[in-house]
Write a protein that binds this ligand. Sequence first.
Ligand code: MRU
Length: 328
Amino acid sequence: MRTIDWIDGAVVIVDQTRLPGETVYLRLESVDELVAAIQRLAVRGAPALGVAGALGVALAAAGHEGAQEQAHAVHLLETARPTAVNLARGARRVAALLPSFDACLAEALRIRDEEIASSAEMARRGADLVERLCGPGVRLLTHCNTGGLCTVVDGTALAVVFELHRRGKLAGVVASETRPLLQGARLTTWELAREGVPHRLAVDSAGPFLMARGEVDAVILGADRICANGDVVNKIGTYAHALGARAAGIPFICVAPESTVDLATASGADVEIEDRGAAEVAGHGAPDGTAAVNPAFDVTPAELVTAVVTDERVFSGRADGANGPAVG
Ligand code: MRU
């Protein structure tokens, strides 16, 4: 199953808002439809968003509209969500080939295929690292959804989990539920169950306590943007797990493709953090009219990150290599 693909002139996605109850494929035939799907998280996760942005430009090119309309469509795609660098990056890379539909589609499919290859490479490198740091029988905690649903197939951090399971080195995984939209509870548990990986679900705030109680050997999760200084921008709740890991003295590992590394952004302080509004937070029983703050992502400072695993390298500290070479 591919999370996102180009089939017969349309972008086809698995509607992630319907999982785990139903597996529904949506055919998106216009940029407006795709942008709406991105904004309601029917397609989500940084690498999948990069592919969505790229295929979206192919849709715009197929529309035979004028240069101005196409530029507007690219702008809508680039800005549909602000935090994951992959979305604007994917859209811009393909937009450089407008107005040729054939060239745009070929480039978008190249981005799709690069993400598929990246997942396999991250799985191997990440599993090697976890084995080296933690040995066999490792107990991991993960946050949000970093499986095939956030990429095209296989995933980022969850691809490492699947690989460790295949190697017989994994004791089990705690999936953090990931408030408020429950990507962990709905999507990660679904993917882990499909692969037969032993797992338990925990509320987000249990993570640091489980680490303190000695029940977690390492935290492994993804990123929406990795800044030049090595700061990791990822789903809200990541920072708390990083603090918990530091307090417990266990590794905190981030797994993301190079397409998520953004050397043009100096640090996490420079990243626009999407706020998804009050309804997602206050709509679950708070008194009517309760104000809420709902940052969808947070920033984990580089010094709390033991290692970043990409499809090309394993590094700690700065992402731009300014503090020395990659460690693997
Ligand atoms: O709001 P989402 O569901 O798009 O957020 C996704 C995440 O934060 C993932 O953890 C992230 O994209 C990592 S996958 C490389």
